[in-house]
Design a protein around this ligand. Structure first.
Ligand code: GLA
Length: 396
């Protein structure tokens, strides 16, 4: 893991964070940064043992941490201007929400037999919350790494991601896959990660976009059904696999399933489950083609696949919403936009777009105006660069 971070990657006022930490806790902190993520293609495939193609971005969560003499955990979140205090021996989910991504990680580490002591933690960052850029995974990974460094735990890099994922399951109640945490820990500047979520083998793919850039358009909505629908989709996939398994016992996940198997074993039982599983099977296959196109530098073809993914997520998997569909529909026929789609779990957050650099400002202006008119909502736009994964900040 990169332990020394180049100063250009640090966007938040780290000097300010350090001072605020000292004011609050009276000592200097150890500083850790963990990035948010985008995903080029491969959505809702991670928990089906398929492939994903995420990248870490230049928006990150920053944590300051120090040891305490007692067994207390003292937290402060800059975004909420809130504190939270709990004993290490009594870690439990809090109604405040934000502490759970930190406490859940401490809890997982303890459950795996690592010995922690009391600690002070200060959290800041510039990953927009609820925007589908995995601020929660970034908090979890930053916490896991910060505790690892503070208490010299020597947790393997992959385990940091797995511990962070488990924390999300147990303390946040979302049965997420591994994509977000993996991307936050393993991100590499100028690369996407082609991750096989079954074997956990991965490959860095150079993300050379030439005259194009990645533009995120943030709907600024997060519909409340997102967590429950996410868990429901996951069970629908599991149901489909269980039905296929009755006939084909060698099958363990949708990764092993073909369309023919779905038609034979799932369609007669439940059309809706069939449609959901069909999307995942198609998306896993689509990602294989997308990776080949990226390797060949064929961004045009990659972009077309992103649009196909969006349509599948919207019509078949039903995890989009009118705001996301609007943003994709507005840009899909523009010849300076190669691809566009909703990104992440769904029901709000951002679309990801590959846009010719020279046209970005104009696109943001027109789409924002249309979005405001249609929904009465402000659109936020971010041109993102890829970045390295979780690391300690030594120089800044
Ligand atoms: C969320 C989850 C990920 C993944 C995506 C959908 O971001 O946390 O594990 O399932 O949704 O691809």
């Amino acid at each position: 893991m990169d332990s020394k971070l180049v100063s250009s990657t640090v966007k938040v006022d780290v000097e300010g964070l350090k001072k605020a930490f000292k004011n609050l806790y009276g000592v200097d902190p150890l500083l850790v940064r963990s990035p948010g993520r985008i995903n080029i293609i491969g959505e809702h495939t991670d928990y089906n043992e398929g492939f994903v193609m995420p990248a870490a971005i230049d928006k990150a969560i920053y944590i300051g941490i120090s040891k305490r003499e007692d067994d207390q955990v003292h937290l402060f979140a800059k975004d909420y201007e809130q504190t939270h205090t709990v004993a290490l021996s009594a870690l439990a989910p809090s109604e405040k929400g934000w502490p759970n991504y930190i406490l859940g990680v401490a809890d997982q580490l303890q459950k795996r037999g690592y010995t922690l002591g009391g600690f002070n933690l200060y959290i800041d960052g510039d990953v927009p919350l609820g925007a589908g850029l995995s601020s929660s995974a970034a908090v979890e990974c930053a916490t896991a790494y910060a505790l690892d460094q503070l208490f010299s735990l020597s947790v393997a890099q992959l385990d940091l991601a797995l511990i962070a994922q488990k924390a999300e399951h147990v303390f946040a109640g979302v049965s997420c896959g591994i994509m977000d945490q993996f991307a936050s820990v393993f991100g590499k500047k100028d690369h996407a990660i082609l991750l096989d979520c079954r074997s956990m083998e991965y490959e860095y793919l150079p993300l050379d976009l030439g005259d194009y850039k990645l533009l995120l358009l943030n709907t600024n909505v997060k519909h409340s059904l997102s967590d429950s629908a996410y868990n429901e989709r996951r069970s629908q996939c599991e149901q489909g696999v269980a039905w296929v398994k009755e006939k084909f016992p060698e099958v363990n996940s949708l990764r092993d399933v073909t369309l023919a198997m779905l038609k034979e074993c799932v369609e007669p039982k439940d059309h809706n489950v069939f449609v959901k599983c069909r999307f995942v099977v198609a998306e896993i296959e689509r990602l294989g083609r997308a990776a080949d196109f990226l390797k060949q530098g064929n961004l045009d073809a990659l972009g077309k696949l992103m649009l196909e993914t969006h349509d599948g997520l919207s019509k078949d998997y039903e995890v989009s919403c009118s705001e996301l569909d609007f943003l994709v529909d507005r840009v899909r026929d523009l010849d300076f936009v190669l691809g566009a789609r909703m990104m992440g779990g769904g029901f709000g957050g951002c679309t990801i777009n590959i846009v010719k650099t020279a046209y970005i400002d104009e696109l943001i202006k027109t789409v924002s105006a249309g979005y405001l008119q249609e929904f009465g909502l402000k659109l936020d736009a971010y041109v993102v660069e890829t970045a390295s994964g979780t690391s300690q900040i030594i120089e800044y």
